[in-house]
Ligand binder design. Sequence first.
Ligand SMILES: Nc1nc2c(ncn2[C@@H]2O[C@H](COP(=O)(O)OP(=O)(O)O)[C@@H](O)[C@H]2O)c(=O)[nH]1
Ligand SMILES: [Mg+2]
Length: 244
Amino acid sequence: MCTDCGCAPDAQHDHHHSHDDGSMRTLRIEENLLAKNDRLAAANRTHFAAHGLLTLNLVSSPGSGKTTLLERTLRDLSGRIGFAVLEGDQQTSNDADRIAATGVPAHQINTGAGCHLDAHMVGHGVEHFDLDATDILLIENVGNLVCPAAFDLGEDAKVAVLSVTEGEDKPVKYPQMFRAASLMIINKIDLLPYLDFDVEKCRTYALQVNPGLEIIELSCRSGAGLDVWYAWLEKALAQKRVGR
Ligand SMILES: Nc1nc2c(ncn2[C@@H]2O[C@H](COP(=O)(O)OP(=O)(O)O)[C@@H](O)[C@H]2O)c(=O)[nH]1
Ligand SMILES: [Mg+2]
């Protein structure tokens, strides 16, 4: 179990320790923590729905290109879609500064020792935005393929970003994250000629853990595939508007 955040333990871990009183107590605290988060996430979802927001939670390991993808997206689309961005990192406001440079409202949340954003942080984070002027709320989670999978923030969908420098086996090594995601973006495809990353194998692994997963290959550097990502965003926003 992750002692830092109390994220969902695996069944094997439970079994090994379920006879130990201390571990049972830890497990209960962890269940309470997740139940509390789920309640706050539900409140966020209601709040976001009242403002007609499409909310996406971007998750990945550090360095996959989440902030770069957001920068490109905002530069290309913010003329006709209202965005707001919440940035999660343990320390620094580097990413919020990068987003603010595009002219889009951005707010940084520093989690300190924490390895993920939670619904409470996000609920307060959006107090910095005019949600009536916002169509899409983008949340960049703390770089980590484990804990953010367990914490619902009230988003419509998780978008997992995997860069080709990370190896094609990550979806099967970190299945909870790729199971929780609706879309997987394979980023940095401009680097494919220099690597032995097998895109087809990556797709197969990802669909093995989540058969309904949508997959987009792109490069924030060359711009290849960005049109497909933009079309995905526009479609998700249109579906959200129909549901209003
Ligand atoms: N070659 C290449 N580098 C990229 C691409 N996207 C992002 N990067 C680089 O990857 C590094 C990490 O990007 P960043 O957006 O900070 O990742 P984050 O930690 O997921 O937010 C930076 O040096 C980016 O310039 C890409 O498509 N191709
Ligand atoms: Mg970042």
